[in-house]
Design a protein around this ligand. Structure first.
Ligand SMILES: CC(C)(COP(=O)(O)OP(=O)(O)OC[C@H]1O[C@@H](n2cnc3c(N)ncnc32)[C@H](O)[C@@H]1OP(=O)(O)O)[C@@H](O)C(=O)NCCC(=O)NCCS
Length: 167
């Protein structure tokens, strides 16, 4: 990774009172709280620790100031490989749904990815996850296929979505 992309990932994005920065080890407890609230089969601590160790993986957290500290309210995990970014995980704390946090994380994640060379974005989403599908459609993601019985907890199908990115 060159110095420009290193600068980019260190530079926080300030959206009103929301700050988006790269996740650090000390953030994992708060991220896990949200993960456990949001998913039937949540990622484990090991999974997040592994993401921190993978060179091409980026996890960005959205922080909101409260009276005594900055609280993590959402996160996004991306893999940028050659010209493609794959969105592996995205969640917002249920107390902050519909506040534009996932939108801010996607804007930040996609901007970061295009700056480091991504031209297309892909992701998988549960067929029943209409809030997430609606969100991705706002970012011009289109369904390009189905992975049958993809999720091992209930064998639900995954919709594979694709978006051509513009810098
Ligand atoms: C999907 C999720 C990430 C959206 O987060 P959010 O911060 O509430 O999203 P935003 O406030 O940025 O909403 C942006 C758009 O998403 C869509 N959306 C979000 N929540 C929705 C809901 N409950 N029903 C329908 N559409 C919804 C809408 O299009 C919304 O735009 P609008 O508010 O102008 O109508 C959040 O509901 C979540 O964490 N869900 C559990 C985890 C998950 O499913 N992650 C995605 C895995 S693929």
């Amino acid at each position: 990774m060159d110095s420009t992309s290193q600068d980019l990932q260190r530079k926080p994005l300030q959206v009103t009172d929301l700050e988006i920065v790269e996740m650090e080890g000390e953030d994992i407890d708060e991220v896990l709280d949200i993960e456990n609230l949001c998913f039937k089969s949540p990622w484990t601590r090991d999974a997040f620790e592994q993401e921190l160790a993978i060179e091409w993986s980026k996890v960005f957290v959205a922080k909101k100031p409260t009276s005594h500290k900055k609280r993590i309210v959402g996160y996004i995990c991306l893999w940028v490989v050659t010209n493609e970014v794959h969105i592996l995980n995205l969640a917002t704390h249920p107390n902050f749904h519909r506040h534009g946090i996932a939108t801010s994380l996607l804007i930040f994640g996609i901007n970061f990815s295009t700056r480091v060379g991504a031209e297309v974005a892909t992701l998988e989403v549960r067929k029943s996850n209409l809030p997430a599908i609606s969100l991705y459609k706002k970012f011009a993601f289109e369904a390009m296929g189905v992975r049958r019985r993809y999720y091992s907890d209930n064998y639900e199908d995954a919709i594979v979505m694709y978006s051509k990115l513009t810098a």
